[in-house]
Design a protein around this ligand. Structure first.
Ligand SMILES: Cc1ncc(COP(=O)(O)O)c(C=O)c1O
Ligand SMILES: [Zn+2]
Length: 453
């Protein structure tokens, strides 16, 4: 079947220059026109066409399987390439199940739709209805492995189609949940992973990475680093030398959004099953891939019949590093001066460095998972906040600690969540404290990572 006959049909198109990734290219990770020095914010985003109601169960496109990658496989770009290359549906499902079983052998669990439901304790505390999507018991202890599973499916397909990607090592910049998620998926696939980590990486994370067989590349931060995170710079050097971007930054690998957007599909389906909808969603933002992905999933759920309306989006960052808030302020001021939102976003996409640049000082926070020097994937989040009437929230250490305690008290039956993982709740509490919530609202918060302390 040719790709244009598929329904749904997924294309990956650059948000800035509109170049399209060739699905048959074994390396469809970055915008094909991307250059490191044109100041254009090249980022592949999904353009999906499908019949109305395609995501609702009645359409028969979504299966009722506990594994989200099986359930929603027909919406993945790699599935589409597989089908148009003569790989059958049953073979693709086998790939998912085999990889998932190997992941379970490495990590003790495979991918399952994660819980999303109302928390009575938090609803009482906040005086609004609070729904929690809990990713902290997912593979690798966070949502991060989801992003990389989508990439691994593509690599499996590329190997099947005869590309030489199988010989290349995988590379990631992270010393936290993303590195662990990547290392679990790489180990389960017998692939070598290089992780570019800082010198002060958390000992529990470093030792888990060693157990998983990841190769550690320690990157030293000098006191004066206007050019950004040394781990990210180390990663870029490895990519230039031919490594595969197995890293949770969509600007390096657009396919990571596919794994993460299933969070948005799941949330829409879980709300629909409860006859509910969300007024607002709070998402903690580091490099920005999580929020970019969840927003993409919710938008598609809206387009294809599963979500009645988009929630107001609030990105949450720490007072110690808030490059997204800085960028949002600059785009919003263009709008305040009379530019329409689309024009302002287009201008920002073509003058990236005037909006997004590395944070100048080394940040510290209990929510250390969201201290990225830059919000690498930032523009889709700014777009979503402008279009839904949301805005970023910057929370203090005290607010983070209070939310960490309250979040864990409320979720005491399902294991401890880290302070990065509860940071969205700190954003909600701040907005409530400033009178920014309506009395009858239903709001969503993501709990994203296990507490390894
Ligand atoms: C637990 C947790 N939550 C949220 C995030 C933020 O995700 P992103 O960096 O994609 O914005 C991270 C990133 O490291 C994380 O570890
Ligand atoms: Zn581009």
């Amino acid at each position: 079947m040719s790709r244009s006959e598929l329904d749904p049909a997924v294309r990956l198109v650059c948000q800035a220059c509109n170049a399209e990734a060739d699905p048959k290219d074994p390396f469809p990770f970055r915008c094909p026109a991307a250059s490191n020095d044109d100041d254009v914010d090249h980022l592949l985003v999904r353009h999906v066409s499908a019949k109305p109601g395609a995501l609702s169960p009645a359409a028969g496109i979504v299966d009722d399987d506990p594994n989200p990658f099986v359930r929603y496989r027909r919406f993945l770009a790699s599935y589409q390439t597989a089908m148009s290359s003569g790989v059958g549906d049953a073979v693709f499902v086998d790939w998912i199940r085999d990889l998932d079983a190997s992941i379970a052998a490495v990590d003790g669990r495979g991918f399952r739709v994660t819980p999303f439901g109302p928390s009575d304790d938090l609803s009482d505390r906040e005086d609004v209805r609070v729904w929690i999507k809990n990713e902290s018991n997912n593979v690798g202890g966070s949502h991060k492995a989801r992003h990389l599973f989508a990439v691994m499916l593509h690599l499996k397909l590329a190997a099947h189609l005869g590309s030489d990607l199988a010989d290349r090592s995988l590379a990631i910049a992270s010393c936290g949940n993303a590195a662990i998620g990547a290392a679990v998926v790489a180990r389960a696939s017998d692939r070598l992973l290089s992780t570019f980590v800082p010198e002060d990486g958390h000992p529990a994370t470093i030792s888990r990475l060693r157990e998983l067989g990841a190769k550690l590349e320690v990157c030293v931060r000098t006191t004066d680093m206007p050019q950004g995170d040394p781990c990210y710079l180390g990663l870029q050097k490895a990519l230039e030398d031919g490594a595969i971007p197995f890293t949770v930054q969509a600007r390096e690998n657009g396919l990571v959004v596919e794994g993460g957007l299933l969070i948005g599909y799941e949330m829409a389906a879980q709300l629909a099953a409860g006859g509910e909808s969300l007024d607002r969603l709070f998402i903690q933002v580091g490099g920005g891939t999580l929020a970019t992905s969840v927003i993409a999933g919710l938008r598609e759920a809206l387009a294809f019949g599963l979500l009645p309306r988009m929630p107001v989006i609030h990105a949450v960052q720490t007072a110690s590093a808030s490059p997204l808030q800085r960028a949002f302020g600059k785009v919003a001021s263009l709008v305040d001066k009379g530019a329409d939102v689309e024009r302002a976003l287009e201008y920002a996409a073509h003058h990236r460095s005037r909006f997004m640049w590395p944070w100048e000082t080394k940040p510290h926070s209990v929510a250390y998972g969201i201290l990225d020097d830059e919000t690498y994937d930032w523009l889709p989040i700014v777009r979503a906040m402008l279009e839904t009437g949301g805005h970023p929230l910057v929370v203090s250490e005290q607010e983070l600690m209070t939310a960490h305690e309250a979040g864990n008290e409320a979720m005491s039956d399902s294991g401890r969540v880290c302070a990065t993982g509860t940071a969205g709740l700190a954003g909600l509490e701040q907005l409530r404290g400033t009178g920014g919530l309506g009395p009858d609202e239903t709001v969503g918060v993501l709990f994203t990572g296990v507490d390894r302390e």
